[in-house]
Design a protein around this ligand. Structure first.
Ligand code: 13P
Length: 250
């Protein structure tokens, strides 16, 4: 049976001093989290430091993106093997900020997903619609297209070692969370779409919700049948808030 996973996506925030304080706080409270796996995804340059800070704990580590190529002349990129070498278990791919601000296409995201898996990293594939797409009633079409790009390149088997994060773009950093019902509907759509290809893989797939999750709304979101934890932005930068979310998932 699939478990629950809460991952903090720190985005481009923090300093050596602030991440040490944050990790101190998380480590102090992590004992109170049961029944959910916890991961943090720092800016890449801080990964070695966070790897050191989580030694001896069950906290897992992830990258915020990964190159689609394994090595070579790709200035500014970080390969899956580099993330792996510094202790990462996960790599986020296809975050909406990468898609919209840096022009990453569905096809490129699928290649990044594949590169993570080639190296034994678990990709966290972000999908989600823009506000205008929701208003046009094409949420399922958009999310379906984002999933299809990966299905076509990698096949359904790839989802046995992957996580999907549904992040409606209009809910990210806006304080406007999707209602538990809105989120559940899309999560159920994602699971059903994959179940139509392979039921077992779809049933075991962790599907996280992301978008303005905080301590106060996490429990209700995570109690939905197809919501298996969260990908947390702003609230993952405060130890107490992040721990409250992790507890709600447990
Ligand atoms: P917020 O939790 O800040 O809305 O961000 C969500 C997100 O983008 C996580 O990847």
């Amino acid at each position: 049976m699939r478990g629950k996973l809460v991952a903090g996506n720190w985005k481009m925030n923090g300093s050596l001093e602030s991440i040490r304080g944050l990790m101190d706080g998380i480590k102090q409270g992590i004992g109170s989290v049961q029944g959910a796996a916890v991961a943090v995804c720092p800016p890449a340059i801080y990964i070695p430091e966070v790897a050191r800070l989580i030694e001896g704990t069950d906290i897992r580590l992830g990258g915020q993106n990964v190159c689609d190529e394994d090595e070579g002349a790709y200035t500014g990129e970080i390969s899956a093997s580099m993330l792996k070498e510094f202790g990462c278990a996960y790599a986020i791919v296809g975050h909406s900020e990468r898609r919209s601000l840096y022009g990453e296409s569905d096809a490129l995201v699928a290649k990044r997903f594949a590169a993570a898996r080639r190296c034994g990293l678990i990709p966290i594939l972000c999908v989600g619609e823009l506000l205008e797409e929701r208003e046009q009633g094409i949420t399922e079409q958009v999310v379906g297209r984002q999933l299809d790009a990966v299905l076509e390149l990698e096949g359904i088997a790839a989802f046995a070692d992957a996580v999907v994060a549904y992040e409606p773009v209009w809910a990210i950093g806006t304080g406007k969370t999707a209602t538990p019902e809105q989120a559940q509907d899309v999560h159920a759509f994602i699971r059903a779409k994959l179940a139509a290809v392979d039921r077992g893989i779809a049933e075991n797939l962790i599907i996280q919700y992301g978008g303005s999750v905080k301590g106060a709304n996490a429990a209700e979101l995570f109690s939905q049948p197809d919501i298996d934890g969260g990908l947390i932005g702003g609230a993952s930068l405060k130890a107490d808030e992040f721990l409250a979310i992790c507890q709600a998932a447990g």
